[in-house]
Design a protein around this ligand. Sequence first.
Ligand code: AMP
Ligand code: MG
Length: 410
Amino acid sequence: MLEYEQALARVLAAVPAATVERISLADADGRILAQEIASPIDLPPFDNSAMDGYAVLASDVILAKLESPLSLRLVGRVAAGESFSGGVAPGTCIRLFTGSPLPAGADAVVMQEDTKIHAAEPNQVLILDAVKPWENVRFHGEDVKRGAMVCANGEALTAGRLALLAATGCAEVVVSRQPVVGIVATGSELRESGQSLAPGQIYESNRTSIARLVRKAGAIPRIYPLVPDVLEATRLALSSAFKQCDIVVTSGGVSVGEMDFVKQALAELGGDLQFWKIAIKPGRPFVFGRLPAADQVRTPGHKLFFGLPGNPVSALVTFLLLVRPAILSWQGAIDLALPCHAAVLAESLENEGYRRHFMRVRISPEGKVHSSGFQASHILSSLAAANGFVDVPPRSTLLAGTTVNVLRWD
Ligand code: AMP
Ligand code: MG
């Protein structure tokens, strides 16, 4: 049986190189950049005011105080978005707003709150406080210098990066294509929600949750109809999913039972099985395979196949640990790991088994970690209550008070 890290390394080694497309920045939400981007301009592009107030010469107002205000002659007004040909000479000031370009000659901005307009002479502004040279001035290029790298290849376009790129005037970006991920559930006991259940039947619950996680990994999910435990039906389902998708994910049918047909169906389609079974709980039966792509233009190399175990918790955990990083890597992403942070156990977590156990936990806003409930791999209530996992080593107990790494998802 493979250790998790070995399994992950083998999956990632099999992921084909990303293919790219050029899209509008407005459509690039969350996408993975496939280029480095340098700023063509300084940010800010010009010296400007950080406040609503008055452009002055700092040396003019050194002695200004509330008790002994200093008077300057108002010679102009520059709104944000305007430009101004005049400048500030000794004894004068110019009305400015946040973002207004700093007029020539000025070397500071007195904020409006430290000024008063002369009641009798509206062209005289009383300055009630001194300013240091360059106070309340935002300098051109202090944020980003022209030519500086602002985003790296493989970075996800988060809200902050989208803002930065937009501010540099970037209109289009080269990003990796999003894989289409087919989601197939196998099991003769499964029914669609909304149907009535006959004895022995259950509602199918893996495709919706996996589809959400596929979407969150930046890919496009495509859900297929339920597949009974019949070899021919399984092969047909896989075959049509492989025709339409870059990656195919199934659930169920990968154990040792005589009704488990997924591995055989993959082999009959010409797929090669890379490994089966990993030493983690939940999720020991897990199939990873590849299928040569018929259309080498759209999908160079091969398509990826992941056969998840059917138990809903096992399916979700193995998806997050092994399929999510593959989907991200397919898009050329640099950051493949689940978000994770240190927190303190509020109760002990015990793993009596011989495989490491990714246990469902709930981390409170104060950073305390509790088990989210019963840990068997068919228990959905503790899955719904969880917002993280803790990797508990085989045959060990992590005591209350221990600092652990919590893997976060959703
Ligand atoms: P399997 O991996 O096919 O042996 O299934 C393991 C367990 O998970 C069985 O109890 C199945 O009924 C259940 N199961 C399999 N697939 C699903 C599914 N898509 N939704 C809900 N339960 C499932
Ligand atoms: Mg089954």
